[in-house]
Design a protein around this ligand. Structure first.
Ligand SMILES: Nc1ncnc2c1ncn2[C@@H]1O[C@H](COP(=O)(O)OP(=O)(O)OP(=O)(O)O)[C@@H](O)[C@H]1O
Ligand SMILES: [Mg+2]
Length: 340
């Protein structure tokens, strides 16, 4: 991937006499100049991008598979449903799956005038992902550190997002080089959303993410507890009691209402750990998202749960998380108001 269209040529000092043939440029110096020029252009582009995108939100977790991409795409779609202009930057180079979740499987990037143009998924959400560069989704990408980080910088600097209200940045798991590179490259990141599941091992890793955020000097917008509980709904005789055998030898009971309906929530991966971790570290708890098999189906079919069931329980849980984030962003912008 090389987007450089550098017009730079090397001038050799002390060789200005018109009668002498110009010295051949030193190829190493020429290359260095071109790289420096491309880097400078990219930095300027990043600064420009910083101005065009109102809010930039990173989505991280210490542990893999806890639902970062599901949360990133869900946040983007919930914000787009409110009428905002939204983009997602999928930084996961080894396992980029945002395009699949956004119904953009198999798309290729469109490059015009040396700039990369995002694909548009559901509700007009703009998507940039390494997946768009892969020839074959079954072949893993093996990029060593500097190449990978260079590609990320290029992806930040060379993309033509246009004006956006929100850019959601989805990361691979862990506190690795990727978030560091993004935090250093993209100015004015509003903050980090940390995704966890309620079980202890995931919580341990999410604690590391909170500490990592402070080392990056990026504010923590809060913790989202994903796969928080699985709600079973059913019908029985009005007023009767139903019983369900839950894990760990527990029994869950509910009473059917006047119309015979009942609902029981099974805490598959325990419950409440996200909130307690947030409280422990003094960061906001943004909300809990239910365990919903519709997310898995939606991920495979390319139609996110929020799009397939906009009035459902998962969509409303996402709205709650979005509202918590927005109240903080609004608070941050009003607290940083300066009267001159
Ligand atoms: N709330 C949920 N209910 C049910 N399944 C979910 C939920 N959230 C995510 N999943 C499923 O869990 C799997 C992992 O989710 P996802 O890819 O979003 O995680 P991730 O943290 O981005 O993973 P990785 O670390 O590999 O990037 C997917 O199959 C997804 O559909
Ligand atoms: Mg992911």
């Amino acid at each position: 991937m090389c987007m450089s269209d550098s017009p730079v040529s090397v001038h050799t000092p002390g060789n200005d006499a018109p009668s002498e043939a110009p010295a051949a440029p030193d190829p190493a110096a020429q290359k260095q100049m071109e790289q420096a020029y491309a880097q400078m252009k990219r930095k300027m582009a990043m600064a420009e991008i910083g101005k065009q995108i109102k809010h930039k939100i990173m989505v991280l977790s210490g542990k893999g598979g806890v639902g970062k991409s599901t949360v990133s795409t869900g946040l983007a779609l919930a914000l787009a449903q409110q009428g905002h202009k939204v983009g997602i930057l999928d930084i996961d180079i080894t396992g980029p799956n945002v395009p699949k979740m956004m119904g953009l499987d198999g798309r290729k990037l469109h490059v015009e005038g040396g700039r990369i143009h995002p694909a548009q998924g559901h509700l007009g959400v703009k998507v940039i992902s390494m997946a768009f560069l892969l020839e074959d989704e079954d072949t893993p990408v093996v990029w060593r550190g500097p190449i990978k980080l260079g590609a990320i910088q290029q992806f930040i600097g060379d993309v033509e997002w246009g004006i956006l209200d929100y850019l959601i940045i989805d990361f691979p798991p862990g506190t690795s080089d990727e978030p560091l590179t993004v935090a250093q490259s993209l100015p004015d990141i509003d903050g980090m959303v940390i995704v966890t599941t309620p079980q202890e091992v995931a919580l341990l890793d999410s604690r590391k993410s909170i500490t990592f955020a402070s080392s990056l000097k990026v504010p923590v917008l809060g913790v989202v507890e994903n796969m928080s509980g699985y709600t079973i709904q059913g019908k029985g005789t009005p007023g009767s009691e139903v019983e369900i055998a839950a894990p760990a030898g527990r029994t869950l009971r509910a009473t059917c209402d006047d119309e015979g309906r009942f609902s029981l929530t099974l805490d598959i991966f325990k419950e409440g750990g996200g909130r307690s971790t947030a409280e422990e570290f003094g960061v906001p708890f943004l909300g809990a998202l239910p365990f919903d098999p519709g997310f898995v189906r939606g991920g495979d079919d390319g139609v996110h749960r929020i799009v397939s069931e906009p009035e459902g329980a998962s969509a409303s849980a996402f709205s709650h998380v979005v509202a918590s984030i927005q109240s903080q962003l609004d608070g941050a912008s009003s607290s940083s108001l300066e009267i001159i």
